[in-house]
Design a protein around this ligand. Structure first.
Ligand SMILES: Cc1cc2nc3c(=O)[nH]c(=O)nc-3n(C[C@H](O)[C@H](O)[C@H](O)COP(=O)(O)OP(=O)(O)OC[C@H]3O[C@@H](n4cnc5c(N)ncnc54)[C@H](O)[C@@H]3O)c2cc1C
Length: 326
């Protein structure tokens, strides 16, 4: 959260970051135990979090039906908010171009690494072009485990994520809320974005869904319980995507591959939340060789410990994502 604020200060404005605060209420007894533990941990870390009464929720967000919370304890995270990722990317690319004349290659993919005596010297693109570089950072999210000729691979266990967007609704909701198995946030211009892990689990692979289909209905009904303004609306768009999750522990994987000098990986499921922190940390490691001790538990090396041949290298066409090495 602090890195998001630092970035906003650096830019003088951050139209992509809506620092509105967020609510969380969990209803099952076990979840409430976890929630109390999380609260203590966050407090210890100095993270902004407080227990609040339902009437405070009503005061801050009159459109939320607090009766539906049914007496569950409510946490408020005043420092949190929501990020509009497309806008965020656009602002950063514009700044990168203005400050460092960054060249952007779109509409083609990286198909291989250029190497010279094992040291990475750039990438080969699908369109036949070569890009020369001192270092290559693979930040291809769920695709980062797709074989790229000559590149070591970290196994991924990405899962499907489904998000639905309503038609514009007359609601004043500004803050996001997280209930058990439900995440709701505004998406601008009156649209509301809805997510449920249990709906994600109904799909094993990414596919196009009908906004009027069962998945959209389940998402809308769950959100309308807490946000009655949604009762009369419809799902305008529903998207499926892959959530980039490193295999095994599911944690961020970031760092160099010592056996392949010049090659670096940055993949995480918390890509939006962590981007302002990770982006700087990765740049410092790659450009200045300054190791961030905070990242020591998140290195690619954890996937290769104890193996006879420490690295696997990609060759040939891309394979199915997920669990490749399990
Ligand atoms: C429902 C849901 C909820 C989520 N909630 C959160 C959250 O609360 N906080 C959070 O931080 N994250 C959340 N995420 C995850 C978030 O979307 C990812 O962390 C984020 O998108 C990762 O960004 P990235 O740039 O690393 O990878 P991606 O967004 O996956 O981008 C990778 C890019 O690499 C490109 N690419 C792939 N292969 C190649 C190639 N060979 N050559 C060149 N380019 C290539 C792709 O086209 C793509 O543009 C959520 C995701 C879902 C689905």
């Amino acid at each position: 959260m602090r890195s998001h604020l630092d970035l906003a200060r650096e830019f003088g404005q951050a139209p992509w970051f809506n620092q509105t605060g967020s609510f969380e209420w969990w209803t099952s007894p076990q979840s409430q135990v976890d929630q109390r533990e999380n609260f203590s941990q966050m407090k210890e870390w100095g993270y902004g979090v407080e227990w609040i009464e339902p009437r405070k929720v009503k005061e801050l967000e009159p459109d939320i039906n607090v009766e539906a919370v049914n007496g569950a304890p409510i946490l408020y995270y005043p420092e949190e908010g929501w990020v509009d990722p497309a806008l965020y990317v656009a602002w950063l690319l514009r700044a990168a171009n203005a400050r460092a004349e960054v060249a952007l290659h779109t509409g083609t993919r990286v198909s291989g690494l250029r190497t010279d005596a094992c040291k990475v010297t750039g990438v080969r693109l699908d369109n036949g072009d070569d890009v020369v570089a001192d270092a290559v950072v693979n930040c291809a999210g769920s695709w980062s485990a797709d074989p790229i000729d000559g590149a070591p691979i970290v196994p991924m266990a990405s899962t499907v994520g489904i998000v639905a967007f309503t038609l514009p609704v007359a609601t004043t909701l500004r803050r996001q809320f997280h209930a058990e198995d439900l995440d709701v946030r505004p998406d601008g211009a009156g649209r509301i974005m809805i997510h449920k892990v249990s709906v994600d689990r109904t799909l094993l692979e990414k596919k196009r869904l009908d906004p009027a289909g069962a998945e959209g209905r389940a998402l809308l009904d769950a959100a309308a319980r807490y946000l009655p303004a949604l009762a009369m609306t419809e799902i305008e768009a529903i998207r499926t995507t892959m959530r980039p999750i490193p295999a095994g522990d599911g944690l961020t994987c970031v760092g160099a591959f010592p056996q392949t000098p010049g090659y670096y990986l940055a993949v995480t499921h918390s890509g939006v939340t962590l981007a302002p922190y990770l982006g700087k940390a990765v740049a410092e490691e790659v450009v200045f060789g300054r190791q961030h001790p905070d990242l020591s538990e998140f290195r690619p090396a954890r996937f290769f410990a104890g193996e006879e041949s420490p690295l696997r290298f990609g060759t040939g066409p891309a394979r199915k994502r997920g669990n490749e090495f399990n």
